[in-house]
Design a protein around this ligand. Structure first.
Ligand code: 57M
Length: 359
């Protein structure tokens, strides 16, 4: 709204010309989203505590987690509200992708909300059944993928990191591929959200990486020069990533060890869904395996552990899955696991950025 209101005045007041620039609006989107989370955080934490929306800690987990009992959860409501408000303020609302991203952010937050609501407010132990949760995630992902697929000029070819000449066209099947990316990312971030700051840190790092890719893809000249697919309108996606970065940093302020708040599924499902969708829109879908490599490793650790557990009827490869619990049980203090996982996420982001030149 701010963009529409103030940019329209640029012919009278030339200073408002600055609203035309993606870079300017991205920087202010980061700051706005950060401030919303930072300023509203204490109030949200107080409200969630008053409503007794406190985390139940499972008995079978690492025993250090017992002290986290009662930590307010569902902080994702703050993250998603901050992203939504900031987007409405700084984005060009005539951009198609902006609305798709809002649909994903709010849609996945709602699925997470239903799950959290059943666990936290109705005090049911399990929340949504895994099957129902998955079906809802899949349905939303298929809608979103179809909306992206039918958008004018959108290409259904696949871009392979490091390979310039190999880009097969998936045609109609692109919809299913994109849905897989979105649902996979949503669940992988959810699985990673098991230590203070462990999900929001790497999510923010991935958002910085995709902000750069979205900016480059949206600029015809730079995209041509770097030989990456040009996606008209993806500059607005860079601004959306800015909102995600700001909200991520603002939430991390309170979620940093020892956490005063957890994001809940309302946050983790939404953040993962957003990352998956940004990857699809910017035509850097496969790159998400590198950018979000930490989430992939965490998800694989669960798949391998559960598979092995079932086949061997009770034997384990890791001390516990997801991987972060394995290191905790090996005796690493929680902050050490978190910071080391962040370091891995930063390194992977750098590898991903190097594909801009290495192809
Ligand atoms: C949710 N959520 C945390 C919080 C957060 C298939 C199976 C491996 C799935 C997996 C699972 O359910 N993962 C997804 C992970 C939970 O956090 C809440 O959930 C939200 C995210 N969805 O926002 O509201 C706990 O995580 C800790 N936490 C923090 N700081 C944070 O900032 O410390 C979260 C955020 C919180 C808190 O302790 O209570 C979770 O772990 O439940 N299941 C598991 O992760 C379980 N693993 C397991 O059972 N592994 C088995 C194999 C054979 C399946 C094994 O390896 O033996 C573990 N989860 C827990 N304890 N809590 C088991 C031990």
């Amino acid at each position: 709204m701010l963009y529409h209101l103030l940019y329209s005045l640029h012919s009278t007041f030339s200073v408002f010309n600055v609203f035309r620039y993606i870079t300017f609006r991205t920087i202010y989107a980061v700051l706005t989203a950060f401030l919303i989370c930072f300023l509203m955080g204490p109030w949200v934490i107080r409200k969630l505590s008053e409503l007794q929306i406190g985390q139940h800690i499972r008995e079978e987990g690492p025993k250090e987690h017992k002290k986290k009992t009662g930590t307010p959860t569902m902080g994702g409501t703050l993250i998603v509200s901050s992203i939504t408000l900031t987007t409405l303020m700084w984005n060009n609302l005539t951009n198609y992708y902006v609305w798709i991203l809002l649909l994903v952010a709010i849609g996945y937050a709602l699925i997470g909300f239903i799950d959290d609501y059943q666990k936290q407010i109705k005090k049911q132990n399990m929340g949504l059944s895994p099957r129902n949760k998955f079906m809802m995630q899949l349905a939303l992902a298929l809608i979103v993928s179809t909306l992206i697929y039918i958008s004018p000029d959108f290409s259904s070819t696949l871009v392979f990191p490091f390979l310039k000449k190999f880009s097969p066209d998936l045609g109609f099947y692109y919809i299913f591929f994109a849905a897989f990316v979105i649902v996979g990312a949503s669940n992988a971030v959810n699985l990673t959200d098991g230590l203070d700051g462990l999900a929001i840190g790497p999510t923010t790092i991935a958002a910085v990486t995709y902000m750069i890719f979205a900016y480059v893809a949206g600029n015809t000249k730079i995209a041509d020069y770097l030989q990456i697919p040009h996606v008209a309108g993806s500059g607005e996606v860079a601004i959306f990533c800015g909102s995600l970065i700001g909200a991520g940093l603002g939430f991390l302020w309170f979620n940093a060890y020892p956490a005063q708040i957890f994001m809940g599924d309302v946050g983790s499902l939404s953040l993962g869904g957003i990352l998956g969708t940004v990857a699809v829109i910017t035509k850097q879908e496969l790159l998400l395996v590198i950018v979000g490599g930490l989430f992939v490793i965490e998800a694989l650790s669960v798949i391998i552990q559960v598979g092995f557990f079932k086949i061997t009827k009770g034997k384990r490869i890791l001390k516990m899955a997801p991987l972060h619990h394995h290191f905790e049980l090996k005796g690493w203090p929680e902050p050490k696991v978190i910071v080391r996982f962040w370091i891995i996420a930063i390194a992977l982001a750098l590898v991903a950025l190097s594909t801009l030149k290495l192809r």
